[in-house]
Design a protein around this ligand. Sequence first.
Ligand SMILES: C[S@@+](CC[C@H](N)C(=O)[O-])C[C@H]1O[C@@H](n2cnc3c(N)ncnc32)[C@H](O)[C@@H]1O
Length: 446
Amino acid sequence: MKVAVFMTPSARIAATVALLDAVASAPRRPADATANAFFRERRYIGSGDRRAVAERAWGILRQRLRLDWHIARLGLPPTPRLLVMAQLLLVEGWTRDGVLQGFPGGRFNAGPPDPGEMAAISAWAGAKLTPPEMPEGIALNLPAWALEGYRARFGAELPQAAAAMDQAAPLDLRANLLRGTREQAMAALAAEGIPAEPMAYSPWGLRIPDRRPILASKAFTDGLIEIQDEGSQLIALLTGARPGMRVADYCAGAAGKTLAVAAMMGNRGRITACDVSATRLEGAVKRLRRAGVDNAERHLLEPGDRWVKRRAGQFDCVLVDAPCTGAGTWRRNPDARLRTTARDLEELVTKQRDILDHVAQLVRPGGRLVYATCSVLPEEDGMQVQGFLSRHADYEVAPLAEAWAEARAGQSLPEAPPPCPGPWMELAPHSHGTDGFFAAVLRRKG
Ligand SMILES: C[S@@+](CC[C@H](N)C(=O)[O-])C[C@H]1O[C@@H](n2cnc3c(N)ncnc32)[C@H](O)[C@@H]1O
């Protein structure tokens, strides 16, 4: 008979320190990939303990800029042990004695604090996470390279926008219309004890307020649902794809938006998922099969590729879901704000410009080029579009309200106001409950 072994609070602390060590030794790797590998190698950690350890580590990554500031102020290095101590005291509200009990030493536990750590514990007991003397960017939890972009984008709403970006995100799902209706997906989830609510903006969206292990659910394995943020669903909607069209998803990755667009096309017409990453495109195969998509092909873009040139003017719609900083997704990937630099931003802006300039020729006269990012930074969003328009006189903006109404009509959806005013779609957690997204619909003049 197997006997379940549960971790003590101090063993959980030791495991969190070990996980943060693993994250620190792979600084360019997304933390969730490191965490998955960490738990795979420690299968003896039960699911409840795994969740508790991962949640605390995630909380620390979410607060990392602020915790680092508190640690640096004491002239100490941001070791995983100090980060955990700071999190317990400054974020989770533990007492000094509680923390000392959490680091008792001995087998399976973290060792007792050294003199520097003791001084830190005393300094942080009862202290505020964001004291008035904390610099603005750190108090807002925004890295220096993104602060001014955030300010330019949100203006007076900056504090609310930054605060909402700090909260954990809900679990967003998209009902796959190739397998059933949204109501059927909802009923299937409810039958498995998973309550889901229809979303405010996406006609296919279902939201689950707290995180659930959805991948093992029958609704998921049967292809009734996909995991996809509401903002991503709206980007797919803005392609205005309809049955019979010829569509290119130029930066398709593992086909997240290809799946949504193929469903809009009712599997009729053709969608090509392109990417420079063979691994990502490979990841699309299983997803396309599970979702019942049979009008999609994949194309790996290689250096010197003539695929675009040969297909000039052939597409009704080209979606460029551009590589970007992901500065709108920090609710889900809190560590990304730490892994990205001002240099990365600069390089990405150049890459986005080059991709847009290259694919402009693919769209037929009268067709759409949809440019999207999961960033809220103007350099990657509106400024990028304005730059494109200044170089391509054969393109114009299709104003959001118009593109939105046309896309909904193409799906036989009733009229509904667009999610925001203005020429393009700008979404954010505080205003829309989605991740931060941008999408502009550009029309090639006929
Ligand atoms: C934001 S991700 C795409 C996410 C995907 N569309 C989805 O919905 O899941 C950007 C993608 O652009 C790809 N990429 C990077 N440089 C590219 C290029 N020059 N041409 C085409 N794709 C590129 C990356 O490999 C990455 O998969």
